[in-house]
Design a protein around this ligand. Structure first.
Ligand code: NAD
Ligand code: UGA
Length: 456
């Protein structure tokens, strides 16, 4: 079983970069990424590599090397499936918004639809790989949909969750901590392992059963998100007691059992997955009657929501209890630096709270468009109380403002020339640094009052 043609259903933040790296590392494989979203596919095929639909450092170079050689983006879903001997399912799995499990369970309608398309279009023996993050035992449902196959068809289902983080996706894919493959068919497992083995050392390719693989993905995200809620809870405590969370993080991170990574206090985690995956875990725990376990993980999300509201509240409190009609510059809108993704960005909740209070927001982000912010806030740009506008740069965001709120840790915000920025603000002016990223000494020297996350 040596795959020659791969098809990936879903040309999103995972499907696009993941397949680009596979194509780059395996020039003898033909990789076709398909999507029903024609605009997205067209953007992947844009001759101008700066206009790919996903912004990731290094992605343009990888796509530039492979596209048209052995990497293709297409809307011809059935055709690509029929030609493939391995099909990755990399479609979205957001939280259900209605019906059974609404607000917690994952909505599997896109996974089910793509599995049905595979069942209709596949030819010969096809290895079907779950790349999407899925509830435990989803492979069972996929196997049931694929059935035993029409004459001439057969299937093996594998779980191969993706652990890349946005902003570092290419590095994470090229040098993964581990690749996880779960399955029951040893031949199929080895066929997929052989692809990764072209660039990933064998000891990092872990093989497990299907259910362990599916659950490991949810567990990894739950542990990572838990660390952020843990450090954010301590940040609030530092502010109340005079300790400094960055010093506490350094001190505890030096313990090799704890480790130094993922201890950066901030405005709460965003991104399309942490909240959705924990809520899914919570839902599954309740389903299996494990109420205490469910409540334990649920608290990670509750603390995160509290943290996001807390930032907006303390801005209002320090600006004499009201921001009505006041200009506030929002530095960053993406959920983290080095991505154009705004899904579940803490900036959305913070902006909404400030708009609700009547603020006039001036938002600047190096990669997020006005249309995207309009969609996220459910409000077009405007003027007056409770409005927002896109600013062309930090100085424009600061113009006439009483405060700047640093929400995303973009590098440019660490290098702000504060005297020029303070000069255009209304005094007394504040910097609220929710990421601990700005040059606080320079900001204070330029005359700003500074609040920094986790600083007592
Ligand atoms: P995304 O929304 O960016 O992309 C999913 C794509 O699938 C969309 O373009 C959509 O049009 C397409 N699609 C849906 N149904 C389809 C169908 N039936 N046929 C063809 N195309 C279809 O999502 P994403 O961020 O790439 O996430 C995909 C999965 O990977 C999710 O399960 C997510 O939890 C998981 N994941 C995401 C990340 C991340 O960093 N974004 C990391 C690891 C895992
Ligand atoms: C996360 C995981 O890191 C990936 O392993 C996983 O594959 C992915 O989710 C997924 O399943 O979607 P991602 O959400 O892209 O990746 O980015 P992270 O770097 O994990 O950051 C998530 C959020 O936590 C961001 O809002 C970030 O700013 C915040 N964060 C992260 C902190 O506030 N502090 C930290 O120390 C680290």
């Amino acid at each position: 079983m040596r795959p020659r043609r791969i098809c990936c259903i879903g040309a999103g933040y995972v499907g696009g970069p993941t397949m680009a790296v596979i194509a780059d590392r395996c020039p003898d494989l033909t990789v076709t990424v398909v999507d029903l979203n024609a605009a997205r596919v067209a953007a992947w095929n844009d001759p101008d590599l700066s206009r790919l639909p996903v912004y990731e450092p290094g992605l343009d170079a990888v796509v530039g090397r492979c596209r048209g050689r052995n990497l293709f983006f297409s809307t011809a879903v059935e055709q690509a499936i029929a030609a493939a001997d391995m099909v990755f399912l990399s479609v979205n799995t957001p939280t259900k918004t209605r019906g059974l499990g609404a607000g917690q369970a994952s909505d599997l309608k896109w996974v089910e639809a793509s599995a049905r398309t595979v069942a209709e279009a596949a030819t010969g023996h096809t290895i079907v790989v779950e790349k999407s993050t899925l509830p435990v035992r989803t492979a069972e449902a996929i196997q049931a949909i694929l059935g035993s196959g029409r004459p001439g068809q057969s299937f093996s289902v594998l779980s191969n969750p993706e652990f890349l983080a946005e902003g570092t996706a290419i590095r994470d894919l090229e040098e993964p901590d581990r690749v996880l493959i779960g399955g029951a068919d040893p031949e199929a497992i080895e066929a997929l392992a052989a692809i990764y083995a072209r660039w990933v050392p064998q000891p990092r390719i872990l093989r497990t059963n299907l259910w362990s693989s599916e659950l490991s993905k949810l567990t990894a995200n739950a542990f990572l998100a838990q660390r952020i809620s843990s450090i954010n809870s301590i940040a609030a405590f530092c502010e109340a007691t005079g300790a400094d969370v960055s010093e506490v993080a350094r001190a505890i991170g030096a313990d090799t059992r704890i480790g130094e990574k993922f201890l950066q206090a901030g405005p709460g985690f965003g991104g399309s997955c942490f909240q959705k995956d924990i809520l899914n875990l919570v839902y599954l725990c309740r389903h299996y009657g494990l109420e205490e376990v469910a409540a334990y993980w649920e608290q990670v999300v509750r603390l995160n929501t509290w943290q996001q509201h807390r930032i907006a509240r303390l801005v209002v409190t320090r600006l004499f209890g009201t921001v009505t009609g006041k200009r506030i510059g929002l530095l960053g809108f993406a959920f983290k630096a080095d991505t154009n993704d705004t899904r579940e960005s803490p900036a959305i909740r913070i902006a909404r709270d400030l708009l609700e209070e009547g603020a006039q927001l001036q938002i600047v982000d190096p990669k997020v468009s006005e249309q995207q912010i309009t969609r996220d806030l459910g409000l077009p740009p405007g003027e007056g109380e409770g409005s927002w506008q896109l600013a062309s740069g930090v100085e424009a965001a600061a113009s006439g403002a009483d405060a700047l709120v640093l929400v995303t840790e973009w590098d440019v915000f660490a290098r702000i020339h504060w005297p020029a920025v303070v000069a255009v603000m209304r005094q007394p002016a504040w910097l609220f640094d929710a990421r601990g990223r700005a040059d606080e000494t320079a900001a204070r020297a330029a005359g700003l009052r500074v609040w920094r996350i986790g600083q007592g």
